[in-house]
Design a protein around this ligand. Structure first.
Ligand code: ZN
Length: 171
């Protein structure tokens, strides 16, 4: 065996090892590369309370080569809607979404913050039309800035700063 092929074998085994660590659920979604400490915020964004009955695995402060340390959330038997992926980008802009089927990653996507984001936080302006109970209007925000995060309500122009948005999600 040449040195070259040996090193290839090593690389392969290293690769499959890291994949095994990530792919432990049979069907569902793995949200990887979440900023350390933000896993609970991601669960909150997805409306996952643990009472749904499916298996939810949470790993926090894991060492990672990409970012200093990271959180991972695995949700069995749950696929994410595009809107949910967009919402995750608010609290975990570096996250990757792995769709798992039959214990294999069949789709891997990076979260991306869209220009317009709906139904994610309630407008802080109590007089905003989206806060009126009888109005069937969903909140809608324009992403004014991604870093630092700034959202503008498209109904009353109220500006939400990153701090406000984060405090909305943290438990
Ligand atoms: Zn508003």
């Amino acid at each position: 065996m040449s040195l070259h092929s040996q090193s290839r074998v090593l690389l392969l085994s290293k690769d499959s090892e890291s994949k095994i660590r990530i792919v432990k659920i049979r069907d569902g979604t793995v949200i990887d590369h979440i900023r350390a400490g933000k896993a609970l915020d991601v669960l909150k964004i997805l409306g996952i309370t643990g009472k749904e009955g499916n298996v939810v695995t949470l790993a926090m402060n894991i060492s990672s080569s990409k970012i200093d340390s990271k959180d991972i959330v695995k949700v069995e038997n749950r696929n994410l809607l595009d809107a949910e992926v967009a919402r995750i980008a608010l609290v975990a802009p570096e996250a990757t979404i792995n769709l798992i089927k039959d214990s294999r990653v069949i789709k891997k996507t990076r979260v991306e913050l869209p220009d317009i984001i709906t139904d994610v936080v309630t407008c802080p302006n109590t007089r905003c039309v989206t806060n009126k109970e009888r109005e069937p209007i969903h909140s809608k925000y324009q992403v004014v800035s991604k870093k630092p995060l700034q959202l503008k309500c498209l109904y009353c122009w109220t500006l939400l700063e990153e701090e406000d948005i984060m405090s909305y999600f943290s438990s």
